[in-house]
Structure formats: C-alpha cells, structure tokens
Design a binder for this molecule. Sequence first.
Ligand code: MOS
Length: 755
Amino acid sequence: MKSNNNTIFWEDERVDGADKVNGKAKYAAEHNLPNMAYAVFVTSTIAKGSIKNLDTSKALAMPGVLDVIYYANCPSVPGYISNAAERPKNAIEWRGHKVLHDNKVRFFGQPIALVVADSFENANAAIRFVKAEYAPESFETNFDKARLDPANLKATSSYKRGTEKKFKEAFAFVESEFNIPVEVHNAMELFATIAHWEGEDKVTLYDKTQGPKSTQFTVSRTFGIPDKNVRVIAENVGGAFGSGLRSWANVPAACIAAKKLNRPVKLVLTRPQMFSLVGYRPQSWQKVGIGADAAGNFTGISHEAISNTSRYEDFREGIVDVSKFLYACENVDTKYNLLPLDVSTPVWMRGPGEATGCFALESAIDELSYKLKMDPIELRLKNYTTINPENKLPFSDINLKDCYAYGKNKIGWKNRPTVPGALKENGWLIGYGMAVGIFGAGKGSASVRIVLSNDGKLLLECGVSDMGPGTTTSMTILASEAMQMPIQKIKFKLGDSDLPPGPSQGGSGTTSTVGSAVDLACKTLQQKLKEIAIKSVPVFAGMNAEALDVKNEMVISKTDTNAKMAIVDVLKLANQDKIDLTITSNGKTAAQLKFTSNSFSAHFVKLGVNPKDGTIKILQVVTTGDAGKIISPKTARSQMLGGVVGGIGMALSEKLEIDHKTGQIINASFGGYHVPLHSHIPPTDVWFVNKPDPNINDIGAKGIGEIALIGFAAAITNAVYNATGKRVRDLPNATGKRVRDLPITPEKLGFKSKV
Ligand code: MOS
C-alpha cells in the first residue's frame, strides 16, 4: 500500500486482476449472442497457385452446416474492389489478402473457404469435407536461399552520414552477419471476431484487437459504411504483442458471413492458424560493421538488413534504425531491403525491428570489446551520447548510465572473466553478458471523458485497449494521483470504439499518450470543481481558483484550512448530479518537440554452459529500464519480466520452421514451437531509474513494452560467448564460439546432436 500525505490513495494491485482471475472478465470469443452461428476457416494445402474447383457439397450435407462461403458465392465487399473508380466513395481498399475473394492461393494455410454451422463442433467437423482442386504454381519460401539473389530484393531505405564503410579503416573493427528466424507472437488468447449486423449498414463486433478505433475504421471503410455505425468491443485482450495492431482475415470473414446469413457469427482461429494468419516477426539477415580507435571511440558503423515480407504486401520495420542514434559516431551508413516470399505477411512483434536490430548491433559491440580488450560497458560509456546523433536533438532525458551502474553491481560484473571461457562454477562454464535496448517514446493525441458523480465516484473513459500491460491499472493510478483521491472510487473504462477516441495500444505509447489525457482531464475537472465551489459554496465566495486545492475528496483553501468542503457536498450545493467533461490532449507541444524522446534499457545475464553437452542454464537476470516515471510499479515490473521471458525464448528456443518443399509450417503448435518454460526463468531483478522525464509530457512517463525485450537476446549470446569463448580446453566435445544465428543451440556451439 502506498500513501501520500498520510492518505491512502491506491494499493499496489491490478484493478482488473480479480475479474481476470475469477473469469468475470470476458475476452472476444467468450461473448455469446442469441441465434449465433459458428465459423471455421478451411485453409489451403498448397503454397501457391489457384483453385480450379472447390467442392462444398459434402460439407453442406453435414449436420448443422448452414453455409460454405468461398470465392464463388462470397457477397461483394466494397473494400475488395481494387478499381477506385468502381468503389463506393467512403470505402477504402482492404490492405492485404482479401479473404474469400478470389481463387488464388498466396501461402500455405491461406483461408480458402469458411464453413458456418449452428455449433463450433459442427463447423469444425465439416471443414475436412470441403475439397479443393488446385493448379499449383512454383513458389519460394526459403529466405536463406532467396536472399542471395539481389534480383529478389526490394530496396526499402538507405541512410548515410559521413563516410560509408568507414569502420574498415579503424584501429580495430568487426564485421559480422546475424540471422534471426521467424518468431511468432502466440499470445494466450486466440484471435476471434463476433460480428453482429444490426441493420443493413450497422455492425457490432467483439474482436481481439489492440485498437478498437483502428478496427472500427478498417471495418467501416471495408464495408463502405459510416464510422459511427461500427462498434468494436474489446474490453479485455489476452496478449497480442503487436499481432493485434491490424485486422486480419477473421474480421472481414466474420462480417461477410454474418451479413450473408443474417445472424451473428463467431469466428475463432485455431492455435495452428495463429502461426500463419496473424503476422509474425519476419525472418532477417543482418550485417553489422563497427570500428573504433585505440581509445574505443566508434569511428564508423555500417548496418545492413534484409527481412522477409509476403508477395502481396510490404511490411517493413526499423531494423537498422537503432544504429543511427544509440551511440555517438560520425560515420554511419545503413541499408534495408525486403525479400518478398510466398508466405503470409509479417507484422510488428514486441520490440519490433529495433529488437532485431539491437540483437546485431549489441552483439557486434560485444565482439569489438574483446578486440579492443576493453570492458563492454566501458566501451558503451565511451560512446555514450545525450544528443541523438541522427537528428541532432537532445534526448528529453537519458539515464542509461544509471542502468549500467545498477546492473553491473547487482549481477556481480566484477566476477566476469575478461578472458572468455575462464570461469567455472560447479562444473559449469560461467559467462556474464549485457546489452542495451532503445525505443522511441512518443506522445500522441487522445480524448478522455471524465465524470465525477455526486456520490463521489469518478469514471474515466477512453477507446484505447489493454492487451495486458496494465493500462487500466496505470490510468486509474494516474487519476488517483492527479485527483488525490482513493483508487477504489475510480473506474477507468476502455476497450470500446464508442468511447472517446484513443490510440491503438502499440509502440510503447499508451501511458504517455492516454496518461497525458487522463492527467489533463483530472486537472480540467479540478478547475471546474473550484469554479463551482466559488460560485455555489459561501465559504469560498470571492476566492480565486488558484487559492483552492482539490484533494482528499475535498475542495480546500490553501491558506485557510477551515475553508473546506467535500466534493460531493459541493456538487449537491450546486445542485449538480455530476460533472461530465470530455477533453482532448494533443501530441507534443512546441517545447517538447525541441527534444527527441526514447526509453532505454540495459539487460544483464549470468549463465552457465554445461561443458559436456552445451546445455545453457540462465542463472541470474538483472533488467533495468530508463522509462521516466513509473506509474504502476507492479504492472511495470511485470512488463519487464515478460520481456525477459520473451528474450530468453528469442535467444534459446523460438524458431518457426517451414518445409520448403511444400511451403508448410511444420511446427505450428506449442509442441513444436518452443517458448520458455517456467523452469527456464531464473531469479530476475527488475529495476527502473524511475525519474520523471521533464520534457516528454506532463506526467514524466515514457514507455516500457518494447525496451523490456529489445537487446535481451544479445545479453544472452554475449554471456554465452563469455562463458565458452575461444578456449577449447574446458570444452572436450566442442569449440565454444560466438553464436550469431538465433536461437542458440548446443549444435551451434559445436556440440554434436544427441538425436
Ligand atoms: Mo507493439 S510490437 O507496438 O504491440
């Protein structure tokens, strides 16, 4: 429990925790509507080609089956019309694969038909009776092979300051290549959409989304209907990590089916479909070169990357961007290309491109530190900058040095062997590693409704979502602190497009953006309360608003403590049931735009490598964040813990496997795609600088979601190198080495596979 001026304002708890644990909180697929039908996708069994014939007769004859919707009987969708001249004016073309629209197959597992039945079981039983006859075409899903031919690449961006490839002239330099396989978000909650048309041009959706407002916009434009006629409800989201930042095939398909059948339709993806239908972290290849002078000053950084996209849509992200501004360096060049393959479209996945990029950059810096015989933290401090070298603006705040100092001490960095492979504990080779993460900290616009009722309850509403980071809790805490009233009297409502417009939850921006709006709403409400008090309460008559305070659920004079009144009594005296305001907080002010804002993290790992078989055991983790003021300590800590778990998965086990002969994903299940187990997660220390950033917004908070993960995988690979290094004496079965291709396996360390 925290207290402020002897008054208890809030407890350190999740305000929505109890409802989530006891099952009261409903997720998209848990809603049920009268007369609802159930839909299941039939998916393609070839990677590319066209469907010559689709036989639905057997499926239609199955019990309870209501319809099989596919290209030949799919009603026309305004947003599916490519020719703008033929499209209704308020419709926008659907981005990506137009599900159920044509007979083309673009990737293995693409939905080719939708079976709708009176129960989920009946729909599911019928899908295997839909028979497709294909005309297959040749395809390419092999990234490693296809990237070697420059003709396959699509140039996306390049950047240069100073001299290109300057690093090669340095006193010491490294140039290395890095590979990261496809990784999949795989949140606990399956994607689901329930569509319910309440009229010809009016639809309500229960949907798993990170942005109720963005889904509303997508649906209204796809179906050419007014925004206000589309309501998207997503009060609870069971994880998404970026996969919910756009709408996928389940959204239009549910809408199409519900309209065609004239009854509500529920469409839930299966777990295997979660591997191919809702995005993933693209596969990437990177090459990083860094050079330094004898003192360790970086003289040149070159960063090249290729990541995959689909054949029908471009997805690009900030893979090489971190190298432009995380460290002081005059000569930087970057190049980024896309490689289209016959697979589905990737999307942002936690930390997105920056996590990919930081893995390479932070590994390369570690490599360089050994060449320079310099401590890797010292090397980073040598190139520390408080001014962003790309846009030349000062960081609104940067306390990464404090993160280094804390982590170094807490992990026991002094025990780190400077010669790799030189430390053993209990028969295990021990290594220490660290790496840095950086991500943009933005502030956008958001609207918040605030309602103070004369029963003393405060309601706030915003059409943002909470996919799990604790937005409901942190916004309630912010309101509690701004209003100086107990958390128990405050309710923050989100997850509904009918609420005042809020941003999509993404890019670590929710706390800064919505939090600023909550803060402004509370301040506006307090001002209003003071004005009402002056007008209606005799004891305040003639006073200035500035002379009054609103706190402890009272309006109170700053100078005469006898002049006070409970806010509920102020409203009653003024004969008002409530104060009901909607305010909008805008993006950064001119003063805030004079700075560039980022959150930072530094991750520290101590691990052991078993010299007999290459097994890796993470022994200790210290993860530190420079994210401004921490609004909600418990949920902020949990976000960092989630980043650690994700980072361990990225470093040690996560990899999507495609059979390039068929184009089929062969490990589309939790049995085949390995996320960390509880027993893989070591004692983890989470620490925040917890200092308000004075220049980003009024609340001083930056973001946490991405920096929790960004850099973490490199901390592990750096520690593995530190443990095994070049020394072979203690590795009877292998030669330890630096692993630049994730995930690290004993085989990549040089151990023979036991299977
Ligand atoms: Mo995050 S990858 O912006 O959901």
